[in-house]
Design a binder for this molecule. Structure first.
Ligand code: PAF
Length: 283
């Protein structure tokens, strides 16, 4: 595996691979790898010839009060794990390589980013994501890019950028990877002490309770939401949001007759965690 720091080096490596008719898979990450990231790399390894993983803690998607300075970073451990997964290139640029002096462009996806994490973290968050992901697509020119479904809204935003800007890349959303007790894997789980770690299991239990009601035939969004809310309340968790929204448009829903995203964000201990289930109309 090669660790590359500059855009020019990545462009050259990709140019050479494409000259051999190789397909290119990209896994964009902010590092601190866990099994969720590794599942994306494995999928990319199975489906594409040249696997590029980007490792860049993107400053523009953090608000000033968020955890940019403390975000877990361990490039050596990440590089070892990526190598074991058969990754070809780890692209780990400096902030100055991605945002040189005078950088002034911002990609804003209207509508989809006004709700859920966009409302709770602020508009800058998805602007930062959309802008850096577009740059990564232009640098790596992947045929396929792999994202985790845990960031369901991010997947929708990236798909919209690809559609609206006619970017020539296929987006694959990969299933959420969970700990044995159901907690969704996240780089931010390292912030949880033992009590918070236990409390955090309530997020998926809440989603499970709502899902069970839906699977039993309930379609009223308020009733389904209440089932999840009850589990969170009993665990002492006050969510930033707990909402049912159309899984494509993120419009609020009164009934779960179409595919519906049930999404939650909550502060547990010092960590801000998100999780979601997609309620299928047919289940
Ligand atoms: O999901 C993430 O880790 C980040 O939001 C991404 C897609 C790498 C952009 O910085």
């Amino acid at each position: 595996m090669r660790i590359l720091r500059t855009i020019a080096e990545v462009r050259e490596a990709v140019r050479e691979a494409k000259a051999q008719n190789s397909t290119v898979g990209l896994v964009p990450t902010m590092g601190a790898f866990h099994q969720g990231h590794l599942s994306l790399m494995r999928r990319a390894r199975q489906e594409t010839d040249l696997v590029v993983v980007s490792l860049f803690v993107n400053p523009t998607q953090f608000a000033p009060n968020e955890d940019l300075s403390t975000y877990p970073r361990d490039e050596e451990a990440d590089a070892r794990m990526a190598e074991q997964e058969g990754v070809d290139i780890l692209f780990a640029p400096t902030p100055a390589e991605i945002y040189p002096d005078g950088f002034a462009t911002n990609i804003h996806v209207a509508g989809l980013t006004d709700v859920l994490d966009g409302a709770s973290r602020g508009a800058h968050h998805f602007d930062g994501v959309a802008t850096v992901v577009t740059k990564l697509f232009n640098i790596v020119r992947p045929d396929v890019a792999y994202f985790g479904q845990k960031d369901a809204q991010q997947v929708l935003v990236v798909r919209r950028v690809v559609r609206d800007l006619d970017l020539d890349v296929r987006i694959e959303a990969c299933p959420i990877v969970r700990e044995p007790d159901g907690l969704a894997m996240s780089s931010r789980n390292v912030y949880l002490d033992a009590d918070a770690r236990q409390q955090a299991t309530a997020l998926n239990r809440a989603l499970d309770a709502a899902q069970a009601l839906h699977d039993g035939g309930e379609r009223d969004a308020d009733s389904i939401r209440s089932a999840a809310q009850k589990v969170l309340r009993e665990a002492g968790i006050h969510p930033e949001y707990l909402e049912l929204r159309d899984a494509e448009t993120l419009e609020p829903v009164a009934r779960t007759t179409r595919e519906t995203l049930l999404a939650v964000a909550a502060r547990v201990g010092t960590a801000r965690l998100i999780d979601n289930h997609v309620l299928k109309a047919s289940s």
